[in-house]
Design a protein around this ligand. Structure first.
Ligand code: C2E
Ligand code: MG
Ligand code: MG
Ligand code: MG
Length: 276
């Protein structure tokens, strides 16, 4: 009895693994088709100056208009893309689209920055730096208006990665550490990597007014940034009170639902028009 049950469990486990492997391969195929079919779209979340409330830029955030499952957030597919070669065409698509959008804003006379999220795998790709340089030249956009966001999954111990980041920086673009404070080596990043901006992770901003320890950490991050002459962006600001605290603490910029969720391009453009 126990034996057959055990065997059933084993079969069940195998079936599950097979199903998830099948699902994974299917998802990879769908992403690949989706890129060709134009199912991906960039949403834009405004980056706001805390002292005057003006939109200074946008973070490009990837969405997938899936043919049957609706609009999907990156959490539903970016990990799978990163686990395969698909992150390269997808990352390239994001880069091209964000830069061509930046050019259109420039042509309208809008002095906005655009922030682009990078996967570690893209930076590790030996062709990446040249590809970015070529795209910047092709679109003719000012490199200093482009900010690349890397997370702390980027190893500050890997010499090749550090070198790649310096080469990226030499193109004239800005570099931000995303989700700052969530990794275990945050501080070592700051003197090893050519960083311009710290984006304070949402988890510190959320409830910073109710939890003194979170507020203390936000203060330390802001003080550190000031000493190192780095720009600061608070992520995930959802209330007026949080914004007021960040203004008081001298945090340069913020993003968050309090001002706007990430929105499709036409909506972002009307936010800018209404903000001038
Ligand atoms: P992220 O770069 O840290 O982006 C911030 C995430 O927080 C976004 O989720 C945004 O919608 C969400 N958010 C912004 N403000 C608030 C707020 O006030 N409250 C709450 N609760 N959430 C807020 P999203 O768009 O689902 O993106 C998730 C992650 O996916 C991003 O985190 C980024 O790491 C990754 N990602 C997005 N687009 C790309 C891309 O083009 N390439 C790569 N490699 N990764 C991307
Ligand atoms: Mg980001
Ligand atoms: Mg973040
Ligand atoms: Mg994140």
């Amino acid at each position: 009895e126990a034996k057959s049950k055990g065997r059933n469990n084993f079969q069940c486990f195998n079936a599950k693994m097979e199903a998830s492997l099948h699902g994974l391969l299917q998802l990879e195929q769908e992403i690949s088709k989706g890129i060709k079919a134009g199912e991906f779209e960039l949403y834009y979340q405004p980056k706001i100056k805390t002292d005057n409330g003006l939109i200074v830029g946008a973070e490009a955030l990837l969405r997938w208009n899936h043919p049957t499952r609706g609009v999907l957030s990156p959490d539903a597919f970016i990990g799978v893309a990163e686990g395969s070669w698909l992150i390269y065409p997808l990352g390239e698509w994001v880069l091209e689209n964000a830069l061509s959008q930046l050019l259109r804003w420039q042509k309208r006379g809008w002095n906005l920055t655009v922030a682009i999220n990078l996967s570690v795998k893209q930076i590790e790709n030996p062709h990446f730096i040249d590809a970015v340089g070529a795209s910047l030249r092709r679109f003719g956009v000012s490199p200093h208006l482009v900010e690349f966001e890397i997370t702390e999954s980027f190893s500050a111990e890997n010499e090749q990665n550090i070198q790649a980041l310096h080469q990226l920086k030499a193109l004239g673009v800005h570099i931000a550490i995303d989700d700052f404070g969530t990794g275990y080596s945050s501080l070592s990043y700051l003197n090893k990597l050519p960083i311009d901006t710290i984006k304070i992770d949402r988890s510190f901003i959320t409830h910073m007014l109710e939890h003194e320890d979170r507020l203390a950490l936000v203060k330390v991050i802001l003080q550190t940034a000031k000493i190192l002459n780095l720009q600061t962006v608070a992520e995930g600001v959802e209330s007026k009170e949080e914004l007021e605290m960040l203004q008081y603490l001298g945090c340069c910029c913020f993003q968050g639902f309090y001002f706007s969720k990430p929105v499709p391009l036409p909506r972002f453009n009307s936010l800018v028009l209404g903000n001038q």
